[in-house]
Design a protein around this ligand. Structure first.
Ligand SMILES: C[S@@+](CC[C@H](N)C(=O)[O-])C[C@H]1O[C@@H](n2cnc3c(N)ncnc32)[C@H](O)[C@@H]1O
Length: 214
């Protein structure tokens, strides 16, 4: 590979996680007019004044634009020190947390993970188990089922995976809708409520905690 291309490739690692603005720009490009509806769909499920634990919160757009006005008690967890530092500066409660570790999660009424479960492939069951253990009322998962990273076009897939490397290596796996359905049905809970959101890009699952212990 020529040196300039090699330098560009090195710079691309985790690029969209380097700032809130870059992240939002990339998400806007990806979701277009459906961008706000992906957060609205999740926020609409969360009752006012609940406690909310948002896993892999990134720049916490869900809270800053859609949940703050509901007076929820919010905690965001993310592996990115940069995102957490920016959130703390903005007065948002957030902590650096590597969710691959097996530490129990802080309890909350609603435990949310949006567009991030793929980071835990090939074995997302441990993190889902910790989410179920931490949730008092509901677990909400929204996950992309149409992915650029799975593209067969030369370079596009590898580039998308490179851009979304959170600093621990690029993640080669993404969910298909069928694979995600199978996973959610394997949790030992009653079948979650589910629907497609964000113009069909993401699939939303809601597990009520009263249904969780099978
Ligand atoms: C695609 S972003 C989603 C951000 C936010 N949930 C949203 O939908 O706007 C994925 C986030 O997962 C975080 N992440 C990746 N691996 C992680 C890990 N092992 N532990 C905690 N956070 C992680 C990244 O830093 C990034 O902020």
């Amino acid at each position: 590979m020529p040196e300039s291309l090699w330098k560009g490739w090195a710079l691309a690692a985790g690029l969209i996680y380097r700032s809130s603005a870059l992240y939002e720009l990339a998400m806007l490009g990806l979701y277009g007019r459906h961008y706000p509806s992906r957060y609205r769909a999740v926020a609409g499920l969360i009752p006012p004044r609940s406690s909310v634990l948002d896993l892999c919160c990134g720049p916490a757009v869900l809270y800053r634009r859609y949940l703050r006005q509901k007076s929820v008690e919010y905690t965001g967890l993310d592996i990115s020190e940069k995102f957490v530092r920016d959130l703390t500066r903005r007065g948002v409660h957030a902590e650096v947390w590597d969710l691959r570790q097996s530490d129990p999660l802080p309890p909350a009424d609603c435990v949310v993970m949006q567009a991030s479960l793929y980071h835990f492939l090939p074995d997302p069951l441990p993190v889902l188990g910790r989410m179920l253990a931490a949730a008092r009322k509901q677990v909400i998962v929204a996950e992309p089922v149409r992915n650029l990273s799975s593209s067969k076009l030369p370079l596009l897939g590898p580039l998308a995976r490179r851009l979304t490397d959170p600093g621990v290596g690029s993640q080669p796996y993404r969910f298909t809708e069928g694979g995600l359905n199978d996973l959610m049905l394997s949790l030992g809970t009653r079948p979650p409520r589910t629907r497609l959101i964000s113009g069909g890009r993401e699939k939303l699952y809601v597990i009520e905690k009263s249904q969780a212990g099978a």
